[in-house]
Ligand binder design. Structure first.
Ligand SMILES: Nc1nc2c(c(=O)[nH]1)N[C@H]1C(S)=C(S)[C@@H](COP(=O)(O)O)O[C@H]1N2
Ligand SMILES: [Mo]
Length: 389
């Protein structure tokens, strides 16, 4: 729709087929018109605020820093919102289960970038009292009254190289090595720059944290004393209890949501399906925030009465073990389970992360007015037809 921000998610059936989500299938979430930044020679990021040596960095300066490639799943906090709206209406873009994607982000570590303005690794405050790092974008949105999209993260996370926060200039660039078997070739595309929908020429990627903090089209970075006061930090993307509605909300009572909780969804089936009696294979994704790996995915073929453990994988040929050297800690795992289904039933998936956090069973219990973080057990209906199928 002209004038509307561009929001899109891929069909479930396409999403789970590749560990690395091809850029054209990667969900797009925008709060304003997509800006065009094409004069890369003149493009720069100003780092200022409560720092010793404020500096303007060119793309060349950022590319001169060591380049890291981090596999990280970006998930919109509103993923699976449509299902929450069925309990009681919620406000926001109506997402199915595909408002997330897994990409290989290439770029400089924010911890290295901040060293250029005199901030050592693992700083929790600056000499002048800076404690948060605010990202300010090029795009403008109505929620900010025509101002830029903004978000912040704590300085300690920004300066921690292990947190893998990136200023990314590539998305899936040269990243397909070894993944060919999992890629669907017709979607395969080689891209050397983060394309414009996803923040070209430079975006922040905060792994393990809701998508809203991974600011696209970065314009400047401010080191500030308090967390960012922007709309999306203070008046949105906060988790409220079911008792809070629009008539009694007090936004200041809650912190901005950062890590996302453990999540999973079945992607090989729609909400309701007609199948022939016989083997049904259930596939999907599971992911948790904060770098917590996926310990287990349980699948039930009888509405939650009994469970089987699904197989989990990231890369072909390498068994996935949560927390292992070879696993990508910020990335989703794909899962698969098969059973013989002879009668109509409800198929359910739930994931458990390495901290033994498990998804809540019912969406009603986690209902919140903004419809965020619907991580309830994912349920799909299967009607088994014995004739004429
Ligand atoms: N500049 C800017 N950054 C942004 C947004 C935006 O509207 N503008 N949307 C945020 C939200 S809510 C999400 S979920 C992710 C979506 O990233 P994607 O469009 O690359 O999938 O970007 C985040 N960063
Ligand atoms: Mo989002």
């Amino acid at each position: 729709m002209p004038g509307e921000p561009f929001n899109a998610e891929p069909p479930r059936s396409a999403l789970y087929r590749s560990y690395v989500t091809p850029v054209d299938l990667f969900y797009k979430r925008n709060h304003g018109p997509i800006p065009v930044v094409d004069d890369i020679e003149r493009y720069s990021v100003l780092i200022s605020g409560l720092v010793e040596n404020p500096r303007k960095l060119s793309m060349k300066d950022i590319r001169a820093l060591p380049k890291y490639e981090v596999a990280a799943t970006l998930q919109c906090a509103g993923n699976r919102r449509t299902a929450m709206s069925k309990t009681r209406k919620v406000k926001g873009v109506g997402w199915d289960v595909s408002a997330l994607g897994n990409a290989i982000w290439g770029g400089a570590k924010l911890a290295d970038v901040l060293e250029l303005v005199g901030l050592p690794k693992l700083s929790s405050s600056t000499k002048s009292g800076g404690k948060h790092v605010e990202f300010v974008s090029v795009d403008k949105c109505k929620e900010e009254n025509g101002g830029p999209y903004k978000a912040s993260i704590p300085l300690i996370q920004a300066t921690n190289p292990e947190a893998d926060v990136l200023l990314a200039y590539e998305m899936n660039g040269e990243a397909e090595r070894g993944e060919e078997k999992l890629m669907i070739m017709r979607f395969h595309r080689r891209l050397y720059s983060t394309p414009k929908d996803h923040g070209y020429p430079l975006r922040v990627v905060v792994p393990g944290v809701i998508g809203a903090r991974s600011v696209k089209w970065l314009d400047s970075i401010d080191v500030i004393a308090e967390e960012c006061q922007g709309f999306f930090m203070q008046k949105d993307y906060k988790m409220f209890p079911p008792s809070v509605d629009w008539d009694n909300i007090n936004w200041s009572t809650r912190k901005p949501q950062m890590d996302f909780p453990v999540q999973s969804a079945i992607c090989s089936l729609e909400d309701s399906n007609a199948v022939k009696p016989g083997k049904v294979t259930v596939s999907g994704y599971a992911v948790s925030g904060g770098g917590r790996g996926i310990e287990r995915v349980d699948v039930s073929f009888d509405g939650g009465k009994s469970w089987v453990e699904a197989s989990r994988f990231q890369k072909t040929g390498i068994p996935y073990v949560a927390g292992d050297e070879s696993s990508d800690k910020w990335a989703w795992v794909l899962f698969e389970a098969t059973a013989d289904v002879q009668r109509s039933t409800e198929i359910v998936a739930k994931a458990v992360d390495v901290a033994a956090n498990v998804q809540p069973d019912n969406v009603e219990d986690i209902w919140n007015l903004r419809g965020i973080l619907n991580t309830s057990w994912h349920r799909v209906q299967v009607r088994v037809g014995h004739s004429n199928m």
